[in-house]
Write a protein that binds this ligand. Structure first.
Ligand SMILES: O=C(O)CCC(=O)C(=O)O
Length: 251
């Protein structure tokens, strides 16, 4: 199914079905495994920068499951193209590039960052409600960017699927900046809003100002997503750059 721009603009998120060819989907699983293995060999400083381990985060976010059950499970592998450069292929994936061009209204687009976010079976953590603009990791100075989640396993309602508050993106940039500066927290129940349930190989586009989050993965299946932040070329960025920062999207 092609990208539905009208729906993205009215809801603040959009799903592109069957966007990733089967061979690329299968390859991504192997790339991620080898990227994680490479990152686990890095020195402590690099690990502190690029790896978020489940064991370093609160028990509450994973339904109270204790640290002793987690091993070295990785929640986020940042700077993904440093550890698995093959993922730069996503910047040439036609369905992803087309959807970004439509959503951002420009053909001159660059990647900001790319990570792999894994909600492991049974304990993959909840993600609190937030907007991506502005963010403390690597943000545009204005909201001419978005995030794409490339779903390796799909997202089931009880498998920690990302949830959205449709329409919540309709605030101006000044409002979103003031809200963040004021330390406002979006406090909703974990299953509030609408789940972006989807299949392996689907994309989910996230408007930078839509409020979204998601519950823990209580299912027996993993929920692995590659997340790419994409913005209009030339926009100033705030935050530390990654290997992929500034790389063009091309068809
Ligand atoms: O992994 C998810 O469910 C959401 C990721 C997210 O909230 C984000 O990248 O802003």
């Amino acid at each position: 199914m092609p990208f539905d721009l009208q729906r993205y603009e009215s809801s603040g998120y959009g799903v592109v079905r069957s966007a990733v060819p089967a061979d690329l989907l299968a390859a991504m699983g192997a790339w991620l495994a080898s990227g994680e293995a490479a990152a686990l060999q890095c020195n402590p400083e690099e690990q502190a920068r690029d790896l978020v381990y489940e064991k370093d985060l609160s028990d509450a976010g994973r339904n109270g499951i204790s640290v002793s059950e987690l091993g070295d499970a990785i929640f986020i592998l940042g700077d993904l193209c440093r550890y698995a450069p093959q993922f730069s292929a996503l910047l040439r994936l036609p369905a992803l590039v087309h959807a970004c061009i439509l959503a951002l209204g420009s053909t001159k687009l660059v990647a900001h960052f790319m990570n792999a976010t894994t909600k492991h079976p049974r304990f993959g953590r909840a993600i609190g409600w937030h907007r991506d603009f502005p963010n403390g990791y690597l943000s545009g100075t204005d909201s001419r960017f978005l995030r794409v989640m490339v779903c390796l396993d799909g997202m089931a309602e009880h498998g920690g699927a990302t949830r959205f508050l449709p329409g919540s993106h309709r605030v101006d940039d000044g409002y979103a900046i003031a809200e963040k500066r004021g330390g406002a927290k979006h406090r909703y129940a974990a299953h509030h809003g609408v789940a972006a349930a989807c299949a392996p190989g689907d994309l989910v586009l996230i408007h930078p100002k839509v409020i979204h989050g998601g519950p823990a993965n209580t299912s027996a299946l993993p929920r692995r997503n590659v997340i790419v932040q994409v913005g209009v070329e030339g926009m100033e960025l705030v935050g530390e750059q990654e290997t992929v920062t500034g790389w063009s999207l091309t068809l």
